[in-house]
Design a protein around this ligand. Structure first.
Ligand SMILES: NC(=O)c1ccc[n+]([C@@H]2O[C@H](COP(=O)([O-])OP(=O)(O)OC[C@H]3O[C@@H](n4cnc5c(N)ncnc54)[C@H](OP(=O)(O)O)[C@@H]3O)[C@@H](O)[C@H]2O)c1
Length: 277
């Protein structure tokens, strides 16, 4: 589990200068320039399925906190949703989100078991895959293991967009975040290397992709600020809520502006370190 980015570890991970610039000069010209230059897609943008689309969407990690936030947004659309979950995953909170069960389908499989994934996805067609999985047990080869069977199946299933939630600092992106104290977080560099391998496998797969790198997640119950935006500036690290991440995710579904892009999220409205009640 990547608790190191989470609110629980706020003492360990310091602020980055670019985020300070955004926070400190919101009214100045420099900020205007930065915002127009960097912020491309905002959480306020309406998701395509709400406009009447009926994409077939496969959610990975749908029983998790981000996954449920994404499913909550999707429940208000016309999308046909499949959720891949392990046999022992707790499905009750997802089912509570979906009174209309005719648009929700469960598929069963452990992402670390390629045979189960092949079996679970065989014969299905999807337009979009959304990966909101989070690594368990600090497995430093997690993405290296799960991405090949997933991508093989995505190709076969005709997937036109694979939206992948990863982490700020993935692969060589870690070089942009020196002096944040990450070296004090055990195992973090191995996990970020694995995140980078997962991203590279996706980029090299030929499946059109959208990578959204997360960091500094507020607690799952934190409401959307409506201020979050996706940026291709990969030196950005600000806090974010899962509710905003879910809206940003939907704003990218079937959105050509998001294809084959790697985004960071910026939300200048959230303090970091997080203020605790
Ligand atoms: N939390 C952070 O600090 C942080 C920081 C940076 C990036 N992120 C990214 O944010 C996203 C979501 O994080 P979150 O905290 O909302 O997640 P979460 O609540 O911990 O949920 C994790 C999800 O992944 C599923 N999962 C884990 N291993 C699996 C496997 N082997 N096979 C199938 N499903 C598996 C879990 O299924 P079960 O229900 O069966 O457990 C669950 O649905 C992830 O993309 C993560 O990389 C998180």
């Amino acid at each position: 589990m990547i608790a190191d980015y989470d609110g629980g570890q706020i003492g360990l991970i310091g602020e980055i200068r670019v985020a300070d610039i955004f926070r400190g000069c919101r009214k100045g010209l420099l900020c205007l320039t930065l915002f127009f230059g960097l912020a491309t897609i905002t959480a306020a943008a309406p998701p395509t399925p709400e406009k009447g689309g009926s994409e077939r969407v496969l959610i990975l990690g749908g029983t998790g906190q981000l996954g449920r936030a994404i499913l909550s947004e999707l429940s208000a659309t016309n999308a046909q949703v499949s959720v891949l979950a392990r046999a022992n995953s707790d499905r009750t909170s997802v089912e509570a989100l979906w009174p209309d069960r005719s648009r929700l389908q469960w598929l069963t499989g452990d992402l670390l078991n390629a045979e189960e994934i092949d079996r679970a996805l065989a014969g299905h067609r999807f337009d979009v895959v959304i990966n909101a999985v989070r690594v368990e047990d600090g497995d430093i080869h997690f993405y290296e293991k799960i991405m090949p069977p997933l991508l093989r199946n995505a190709q076969r299933a005709g997937v036109r967009q694979f939206i992948h939630h990863g982490a700020v600092g993935a692969g060589r992106n870690v070089e942009k975040f020196q002096n944040l104290g990450w070296e004090r977080v055990p195992g973090i560099f191995d996990r970020l290397k694995d995140q980078g391998i997962g991203e590279d496998l996706l980029r090299g797969s030929g499946v059109p992709y959208t990578i959204i790198r997360n960091a500094r997640l507020y607690p799952p119950e934190a409401p959307a600020t409506g201020q979050a935006a996706l940026t291709e500036d990969d030196s950005i690290i600000t806090p974010m809520t899962r509710a905003d991440l879910a809206k940003l995710t939907l704003s990218c579904v079937a959105n050509a502006a998001c294809l084959n892009k790697t985004f960071h999220v910026q939300d200048a409205s959230l303090p970091w370190p997080m203020r605790r009640p």
